[in-house]
Design a protein around this ligand. Structure first.
Ligand code: GEK
Length: 242
């Protein structure tokens, strides 16, 4: 098997709830780019958004950073004074690898990598907060509190970048988006067995919501502008500006 290639669900197995463990961290770049349509575009655009919205003397947070792809894109484009990027993940396996990646990339903006639950982190002096496919892994009843906390911590004009897998209100549209996503995975080399076993593993771990639900939660928190800037099938990225 090719090193770094995701074959976690290639054999029939008793399905356990999905975890971001060592096996996942080892193949994560391959897994995410073969599973999330537009991932490379989203990461690069996050870098550009950070360049535009980061403010001098402020912090950029990457909550649920995995191996640090969004933090690295941010540091590549960031050219403001006295900024710091704070990358957070509660998977030890991810954080260990993230530290290696971010150390290897010599950026002008320092990146601090913290291993903790993002809900425990003090967020302050924030100009940009990134949650790139992370909120969906928090229990639904905990989501409003973290969005409220981010809104409070953002400086005026600050931005939250929120990427999520979406559910659709209309059943036929929902089925179509799921089918198009499965076809995307098949075309990227995943078998029917891999697709269905991964789906079962994620069932209770990743609870997805509609765009309208996210929009209402962001507006209720106080965000004046909520813009869906990317969507492909059932994957989306939203920017919310304070
Ligand atoms: C990327 N943003 O490549 N606290 C901290 N981290 C968490 C928590 C939590 N409560 N829950 C989940 N995570 C990345 C991709 S992956 C998305 C993000 C995916 C972490 C978890 O350990 C994992 O690393 C990440 O959120 C989600 O731009 O795999 O679909």
């Amino acid at each position: 098997m090719q090193a770094g290639k995701d074959a976690i669900y290639s054999n029939p197995q008793a399905i356990e709830p999905f975890r971001f463990d060592q096996a996942v961290a080892e193949v994560f770049p391959d897994m995410i780019q073969r599973s999330v349509p537009g991932y490379a575009t989203i990461i690069d655009t996050i870098g550009q958004l950070v360049a535009r919205f980061a403010q001098d003397n402020s912090q950029v947070y990457d909550l649920g950073c995995s191996l640090g792809a969004a933090s690295l894109a941010a540091s590549k484009y960031l050219n403001k004074h006295n900024c710091k990027i704070i990358a957070v993940d509660n998977s030890k396996a991810m954080v260990e690898r993230c530290r290696l990646h971010t150390k290897a990339f010599k950026s002008a903006t320092p990146i601090e990598v913290i291993c903790d639950d993002l809900q425990n982190i003090v967020i302050e002096q924030a100009s940009v907060v990134i949650m790139n496919f992370t909120l969906q892994f928090l229990a639904p009843e905990k989501r409003a509190a973290i969005i409220d906390k981010i809104f409070t911590a953002l400086l005026p004009g600050g931005m939250l970048i929120l990427s999520e897998k979406l559910q659709h209100k209309d059943a036929k549209s929902n089925d179509l988006m799921i089918e198009l996503h499965h076809e995307f995975k098949r075309r990227n080399g995943y078998s029917e067995l891999e697709i269905s076993q991964k789906r079962s593993a994620l069932e209770d771990v990743m609870r997805i919501e509609t765009f309208e639900h996210h929009q209402l939660r962001l507006q209720t928190a106080g965000f004046q502008e909520v813009c869906l800037w990317f969507k492909c099938f059932n994957f989306a990225s939203i920017v919310a500006i304070k």
